[in-house]
Design a protein around this ligand. Structure first.
Ligand SMILES: CC(C)(COP(=O)(O)OP(=O)(O)OC[C@H]1O[C@@H](n2cnc3c(N)ncnc32)[C@H](O)[C@@H]1OP(=O)(O)O)[C@@H](O)C(=O)NCCC(=O)NCCS
Length: 444
């Protein structure tokens, strides 16, 4: 970090995310590839860091490459039906060995604390156990999948008991049946069902690709956010498209949608190849992967008294720069019902106010501000269109705005410059001739 100012800005930007995460339940799922990769130690340090911030963690690991290398070493045949492994008794033996080895390696790394920090000896407790009850998948396309199973039930009480004591819960891709049998499950199935049963705040899949990508004429484009409905449309178009979807999207997106529909608030797909990917996804505004939610993250709504703090944060730097006219908290409290805000992922990212002048059938658009990190994405346009509709519906015919530095922006949105004597009479009385704002008007 280059300067103290940058540090302070950075610290202020991450603190709300850290604060919002405290006490929340995150389910993080990763394949066995992650464990084989030499960078796993760094990932485990990030798990430790999250746990130390008071986040309740459930980790779900896979062991696919480790199982396959054992099967190859034993010269055992591998067969799949609809992408699912057929697990006969000999295969199950390899599954048990591979999963057991991966699990103890993860437990060992989680026991390290945060090396070279004051938290080096902070012992993070890990619990594994018989939390998942499984049933056999059965016969698919005439083939008995034998010991390949799916989740039947999750012992939520037992998991919550551990989480409440600050213990990290580690789940392996295995489940046990009431008849005492062991089944080989997929990590996607376990992660989605556990997250749903816990009503987790987040389910995060660490994947091979940067996230969910859509094929466009100019290549694959990462989708940073999508709703369940958009996800379903994407899967449907992928099925009919000639080019194959990303393997990760095919594998994880259906489970991500399933978890969201069952009440998980956010599902993320994040690259496992980026150092600190989890931290970047969780503690930066824009994240680095794809986030799926049941409902749209962005809503436009009338401001409420509780929004005043956030509105002040948004407008104060612009007031200090002389771009907006100063408004104090008392004035905002009195005028709050005039304000409309855009909320993105529970954060106020834009605001604007509409002041009616009924005698002149005109409205003033004022205090328009978009958070710097969300500019140039059409947010200002959405807000102004919304207020224009609102003014029109209320029977107003003219919308005007006063600005010193944003003239072209208004011109490009259909406003034209006029003179202060064209303002509603009441407004003219308050026109500040020292500030010399330009007046723009639009007939609506
Ligand atoms: C002006 C503002 C509201 C636009 O919000 P936004 O969400 O970025 O707007 P949009 O995405 O709809 O439009 C972005 C376009 O406007 C342009 N633009 C932004 N500020 C501008 C300005 N002061 N003058 C001219 N054009 C401007 C951007 O360059 C971009 O165009 P481009 O993509 O062709 O480069 C935002 O920049 C802001 O909050 N500025 C500070 C406060 C302010 O000036 N408020 C208006 C005072 S009344």
């Amino acid at each position: 970090m280059k300067s103290d100012t940058e540090f302070v800005t950075w610290f202020r930007s991450v603190t709300p995310h850290i604060h919002a995460s405290h006490g929340k339940v995150f389910v993080i799922a990763f394949g066995g590839e992650v464990v084989e990769n030499g960078k796993f130690v760094e990932l485990v340090q990030d798990f430790n860091l999250l746990a130390s911030l008071g986040i309740q963690l459930v980790l779900v690991h896979g062991a696919r490459p480790q199982i396959e290398s054992r099967l190859r070493a034993n010269q055992q045949e591998m067969s799949y039906v609809q992408g699912m492994r057929v697990t006969d008794a000999a295969t199950l033996q390899c599954v048990k060995e591979a999963v057991g080895k991966v699990r103890v390696e993860i437990e060992a790394l989680l026991s390290m604390g945060l090396p070279n920090t004051p938290m080096a000896n902070a012992a993070i407790r890990v619990a594994s156990g018989n939390f998942v009850t499984a049933r056999p998948v059965g016969v698919l396309e005439g083939v008995d999948l034998q010991y390949t199973g799916e989740v039947r039930r999750i012992n939520i009480t037992a998991i919550l008991d551990q989480l409440e004591q600050g213990t990290v819960v580690l789940l392996s891709p295995l489940g046990y049946s009431p008849t005492g049998e062991i089944f080989n499950l997929t990590l996607e199935n376990i992660a989605a069902e556990v997250a749903a049963a816990l009503q987790a705040d987040k389910l995060i899949f660490l994947v091979d690709t940067p996230g969910i990508r859509q094929q466009t004429e100019s290549g694959a484009v990462l989708l940073p956010e999508l709703t369940v409905r958009q996800g379903k449309t994407l899967l449907a178009t992928m099925e009919t498209a000639t080019d194959q979807p990303d393997e990760d999207t095919r594998l994880y997106l259906p489970w991500a949608l399933h978890a969201c529909e069952k009440g998980v608030k956010r599902v993320h797909l994040v690259s496992r190849h980026i150092d600190g990917a989890l931290l970047l996804e969780l503690f930066t505004h824009s994240g680095i992967g794809s986030m799926i939610t049941r409902d749209p993250l962005q809503i436009i709504r009338q401001a409420e008294i509780e929004d005043i703090g956030a509105i002040l944060q948004l407008i104060e730097p612009l007031e200090n720069a002389g771009i907006l006219v100063r408004r104090n908290r008392e004035l905002l409290e009195m005028e709050i019902e005039r304000f409309t805000v855009i909320e993105h992922d529970n954060m106020i990212i834009a605001c604007a106010a509409l002041y009616p002048f009924p005698d002149d059938k005109a409205c003033e658009l004022a205090c328009l501000a978009v958070h710097p990190e969300y500019r140039k994405a059409g947010i200002g346009r959405i807000l102004i269109d919304h207020l224009e509709d609102q003014a029109r519906e209320q029977g107003y015919r003219r919308l005007f705005a006063l600005t010193t530095r944003t003239t072209h922006w208004f011109v490009e949105r259909g406003f034209s410059e006029t003179t202060p004597d064209q303002l509603p009479r009441l407004k003219q009385n308050f026109y500040n001739y020292q500030r010399r704002s330009k007046v723009f008007v639009k007939l609506i």
